[in-house]
Design a protein around this ligand. Structure first.
Ligand code: ADP
Ligand code: TRP
Length: 321
């Protein structure tokens, strides 16, 4: 099965990015699927318009993803901008893309509502994303729930293309894990950089603990049993997939006699230990930028080869060159 996903280099990864996208992506790699994962630096340009910042974000995203377990030998790992051919496919797709399809995209409206400049790039973002997906004949696209509509746009465009030009493009499907489809943030809304409610997975210990201690809880006294229904603390524990730890937190809540401070400390320990091997790998990668570059360059060679194969058939189908 050909799997593809991308992550924008727009800052430090948080628990939502990790459990919503990075971890499922890595699990597919371990399952033996043929995975293409990339850093969506062209997409990030819709919000990051400072060259030095973009460069350092790209480097950081590469290190973070590799530290989390992405394996450059098992997966094809690359920077989107190393295969500029994606814009050629985006153009062919945009000539087939009805305005209404883009006008219906929530993400554009949400971003504009949050104060991001409404540029043509931001509006056409889903077409470029469709080109990312279709250029590599991706069958499965693991993403968080908020990206589902974009994968549906890619499906629509593949169908339209095939309908007009013959059976050339592979029609992709989103893969969304139910349990972590939308991870809540520290305040209970969706965890997102734009809501300032994130828990970054590579924070130093003190800051990491402090953020966990700030999780919104109610005012049930220490000795009383705590409501488990609708508990943010518990849903965060559940979302980690660490069933044993989450069950213990739930049991202690139900029994009473354990304050929220202690319960949060349990969650802190669970998460801190979970990310320990990744922190270690991250340190090693940070001190070896040439290793990171080597992984990316080799992935980019493989990505370009696949992209060029697709484009040869696409050009033939549409009638250029
Ligand atoms: P943010 O909302 O913080 O800006 P991005 O839009 O950069 O995050 O998302 C990167 C990836 O992480 C996407 O696949 C997205 O679906 C996933 N993701 C982001 N936040 C969450 C969340 N709270 N729960 C599940 N997945 C998420
Ligand atoms: N839009 C995605 C996000 O913000 C990133 C992305 C770009 C992507 N191209 C993609 C994800 C192709 C999956 C497939 O998270």
């Amino acid at each position: 099965m050909r799997v593809l996903s991308g992550i924008q280099p727009s800052g430090a990864p948080h628990l939502g990015n990790y459990f919503g996208m990075m971890q499922p992506a890595i699990a597919l790699q371990e399952q033996g699927d043929e995975c293409y994962y990339f850093i969506a630096d062209y997409h990030a340009q819709t919000t990051v318009q400072d060259a030095d910042l973009l460069r350092s974000n790209i480097q950081r995203a590469a290190i973070d993803f590799l530290a989390c377990g992405l394996d450059g030998e098992k997966s094809v790992f690359f920077r989107q901008s190393a295969v500029p051919e994606v814009h050629e496919l985006a153009w062919y797709l945009s000539t087939l893309c009805p305005m209404g399809l883009l006008e219906r995209c929530h993400s554009y409206k949400d971003k504009v509502a949050k104060g991001i400049k409404p540029s043509h790039g931001l509006f056409a973002y889903p077409v470029l994303m469709a080109a990312d997906i279709l250029l590599y004949h991706s069958q499965k696209v693991p993403v968080g729930k908020d990206q589902k509509q974009h994968v549906e746009v890619a499906r629509d465009l593949a169908l339209k293309f095939n309908d007009r030009f013959g059976d050339v493009l592979t029609v992709p499907e989103p893969v969304i894990r139910d349990d972590t489809a939308t991870l809540p943030g520290l305040d209970g809304q969706k965890m997102s950089k734009s809501y300032n409610n994130t828990l970054e997975i590579f924070l130093p210990e003190k800051k990491f603990r402090k953020k966990i201690m700030s999780i919104k809880t109610d005012s049930t006294p220490v000795e009383d049993p705590k409501p488990t229904e609708g508990s943010l603390l518990l849903s965060l524990a559940d979302a980690t997939g660490m069933a044993e730890g989450a069950a213990e937190i739930k049991a202690r809540m139900g029994a009473g006699g354990c304050g929220y401070g202690d319960l949060k400390q349990m969650l802190f320990e669970m998460l801190w230990d979970y990310f320990a091997p990744m922190r270690e790998r991250r340190e090693a990668l940070e001190s070896d930028p040439s290793m990171v570059e080597k992984v990316l360059t080799s992935g980019e060679e493989r990505a370009r080869a696949t992209a060029n194969e697709t484009l040869t058939t696409v050009r033939q189908a549409v009638g250029v060159r």
